[in-house]
Design a protein around this ligand. Sequence first.
Ligand SMILES: Cc1ncc(COP(=O)(O)O)c(C=O)c1O
Length: 585
Amino acid sequence: MKSLSCRRSLSRSKGSHSGGRNNKNRNKNKISMLTGVSTTIPRCVLVLLGWYLHFYMLVLVDASTAASTSATAATTTTNTKKGLTVESMNQNVVKMEYAVRGAVVIEADRIKEELKKEHDAVTADISSSSSSSLYPHFKKIVYTNIGNPQSVGQQPLTWPRQVLALVDLPDHLGVDHPAIATIFPDDAIRRAKEIKAIGLEGHGSGSYSHSKGVQLFRHDVVSFLQNRDGPMVPTNPEHIFLSNGASAAIANILTVLIADSTCGVMIPLPQYQIYSATIDLLGGRKVGYYLDENNEWNLNLNELERSLKQAQDEDGTNVKGFVLINPGNPTGGVLSKQTIQDVVQFCSKHNLVLLADEVYQENVYDESSEFYSCKRAAYDTGLLQSNSIELVSFHSTSKGVYGECGRRGGYMELTGFDDTVIDQLYKLASASLCSSLDGQIMTSIMCRGPNPDDVSYESHQQEKLDIFNSLKKRAKIVEQGLAAIPGISCQSPKGAMYCFPSITNMPPGAIEEAQQRKIAPDTLYALSLLERTGIVVVPASGFGQAPPGSNRYGFRTTFLPSEQDMARSVTAIKDHHLEFVQKYS
Ligand SMILES: Cc1ncc(COP(=O)(O)O)c(C=O)c1O
C-alpha cells in the first residue's frame, strides 16, 4: 500500500510537471529543495535532473514492491495447509454416489488412453505389431454406460440444427444474408426469424431470458402438451419452467421439497441415480420402493403402501414426494394406464408431490405398450379437476429421437401447486438467471417442428422415424443377444434406452474375490467385462437393484451404439460371460 501511494504521488507530480507557469516555478523550487542546488543552473539541466530523480524513485518503488511481493510469496508457499479438505467439505457431496460415471468409467477412460498410446506407437513405428497390445480382444472402448446418443454416433436431426444455427448466427451472416435461401430451407429461415424477432425480441441468443424461459417457447410447450393429452386438459404457460435438461428442474423441485433432514422422497428401486444423488446432497432421506422384475418391472400398490408406512412409522420420516420414472431407467419398462392411475391416486391420498420423470416418453418400442402421462391420468381420475394432486412432470431434449444431451434443454410443468410455492420456485429459477438459450430453442423445436405443409416436414419426420426404428431394432438385438446367454436373464426393454439384465449364475469365487477387493460382485463383473471386451456397462448395484438378501447381480447397458457395434457387443458379452463363470467357478 505504501509503495502504491508513493507511486500515485509520483505520477501526480509528473502530471503537474507539464502544467502552466506557476507549476513550473513550483517544480523549480521543489528541485532546488531536493538537490540543494541554486536555481541559476540552466533549465535543461534541471529538467534532466528532474527526470533522473523521477526514474530513480520509480526504480526504488518497483524494487520495494518486488521485495514485498516476494516476501508475501514466501509466506504463501510455506503455508501448504489446505483450507478445504475432503474431511472439512460438505459431507453430503462426499456421501453422494453416481455410478453412471463411476469406477468402471474411470477405468474405461484409462484403457482408452492406453489404446491411443498403443495406436500412436504402432503408427510411429510400422515395424511393431498390434498383437503386443495389452487388450488383444478389442480396438476401441464401446460406451454403453450412459444415455448420451450423439456421443456414440447418433447424428443430429437436420432441421432443428438449421434453425438453431440461423438463430445463433448474426443476422447479416444468417437470416439476412443475400444467399441464405440457397443454403437453408425456407421454413428454417422463417422459424429462425420468428424466434429472433418474437421469442428473443431482437436480443439474439446470447442474452439472458426470462427465468422461466422465453414466453414463445413456453407456449410451444403448451401446444405440445395439449396435442399429447388433449385440449381439454388445462395447461398454463406460467406453470412451465424451461430448464437445463430435466436435471436442473429435478434438482430445484427436490430443493424445495427437502426442508430438513427428516424429509424423505419415495424413489423407485432400481432408480436413475439423479434422485438418490440429489437427495443425498440436500441431506434428505431416500425412501425406496421396489419394482417387480418378475412382472416386467411393474410397481404394485402393496409395495408402495409398505414402503411409505415403514418410512413414516418406523423411521419417523416426513415423506413429501414420490418419484415415478416412466418409461423406466434403468429397467426399460413401460407402465400401464392402470398403474399410472394407481400412482396418481396413491400420491393424492397421501399428500405426496408426484415427480413424473417422463423424459423417455417418445421411446416406447413395444407395440402393445403406450406412453400415458401422469397429467392425463390426473385428469382421467378427476384429481386434476378437483385440485387434489400436486404433480410436476419433466421432459428433455436429451432423449427421444433428438438426443441433444449437450444442449441442456428441457422443462417442467407444475400442476396443482400452491401459487405461493410457484412464486418460490420462480425465485429459485431466477437465482440461476435462466436456462441455456440453445437448450430453450431446442425444446421449442422439439415441441413444435416444421408444419405439415412446410418443405422440411417430410424429411424431418423421416429422420425421426429412422432413428426411432433403429433404436427399436437395437433394443431387440440386445434383448435377444442377452437372452441367448446361459446365466443371464433380461426383461424385454419396452422403452427408454436401456436393458437391465441379471446374472443368475454369479460364481461364488467371484463373490469372494469381490469381498476381498471391497467392491460389489457386479462391479467385479463389469470391470472384467471391460478389460476383456472394451464394453462399458454400469454395475446394477449402483441402481439399488433389489431388496436386501435377494442377491441380485447384474448390469445396465444402453442400446445406443450402432446396430453393428451392438451386435458385436452381445457376442463379446457372451464370450466374456462364459469365461468369467468358468474362471470363478
Ligand atoms: C430418467 C432420467 N431422468 C432425467 C435425466 C436427465 O436428463 P437431462 O438432464 O439430460 O434432461 C435422465 C438422463 O439420463 C434420465 O435417465
